[in-house]
Write a protein that binds this ligand. Sequence first.
Ligand SMILES: Nc1ncnc2c1ncn2[C@@H]1O[C@H](COP(=O)(O)OP(=O)(O)O)[C@@H](O)[C@H]1O
Ligand SMILES: [Mg+2]
Length: 321
Amino acid sequence: MNHPNDILGDDAVLSLRGVSKKIGGKKIVDQLSFDVHEGEVVGLLGPNGAGKTTTIRMIAGLIQMSEGDVFVRGSSIRHEWKKAIRHIGAIIENPEFYPYMTGYDNLKQYQRMNEWISNDRIDEVVRLVGLEQAMKKKVKAYSLGMRQRLGIAQALLHQPSVLILDEPTNGLDPAGIREMRDYLKTIAREEGISILVSSHLLLEMEQLCSRVVVIQDGKLVTVRSIGENHAPSNEEKNFVRVMFRVGRLEEAKNVLDSQERAEIVQVAEEQSELLVALRYKDIPDIVAALGAARIPIYQVTEIKQSLEDEFLKWTGGNRIA
Ligand SMILES: Nc1ncnc2c1ncn2[C@@H]1O[C@H](COP(=O)(O)OP(=O)(O)O)[C@@H](O)[C@H]1O
Ligand SMILES: [Mg+2]
């Protein structure tokens, strides 16, 4: 496909480039850059106060950036606001509706302000969010989950390229959360739309997203592929953490310190164990080096880190999940 801005590369629908927000001298969002590609569901993950809402408000053009820019299908939010915003459907905080009007009349009201939206499109989005049976009910009788889905339906009416949702499962019960997740997956698949969704819950992100952008204190911590379809990157495949249980711990430390290809990550003196980060292919050489120094090796075990451990590490021990 042809994209207007080739320097942004491949199939990025949404690109943040060095986006910062300063309020009262404090950088709330600090040099944030990441991409969302065609048809992808990406999570913006971070603990409360990390800067998720501020980032999303800037992407949606609701507040100004202090630095950087956001490109939507190649159009700059700063310089081509109208063109860029046309491709975005967003729900920030709670969507507002007329409570005494039916769900259908609320969508019709939105259509009156955007006359090119067809009645067929209304039916289509209503089906996508599973509100067919609720269209004749007044919105005041809707559950929170139904209201959220009506908001999503409204955000989809103008056929955006990317749907942006700020903590859409906040306040929902477990059944509602599950339902929301299923609808979002269906929407991504059937509309071929990209979704950027924020959350402070790792588990939720793992079940919904193929990639997460982790932020903390307004800064990018890491971008990771996750979820069911996650194939580990080469880097992840090659590097392992291996626990060596040895006799003569101090000598073993010296041997490992002299090896460029191994890094001691942790020492457990009482167990006489060393946790070492190294490439998988270097394990035999490291074992041989220890053997050459006549260090007794009692155990060599790969230590797999859970994703949750990693997240705790990325965010400096702040609880996310
Ligand atoms: N208008 C504002 N004025 C001052 N501080 C703000 C303002 N908006 C957000 N903040 C601060 O910026 C940080 C990030 O907020 P926010 O984007 O809401 O984080 P999140 O959505 O990840 O919880 C918080 O410390 C918050 O208190
Ligand atoms: Mg928030």
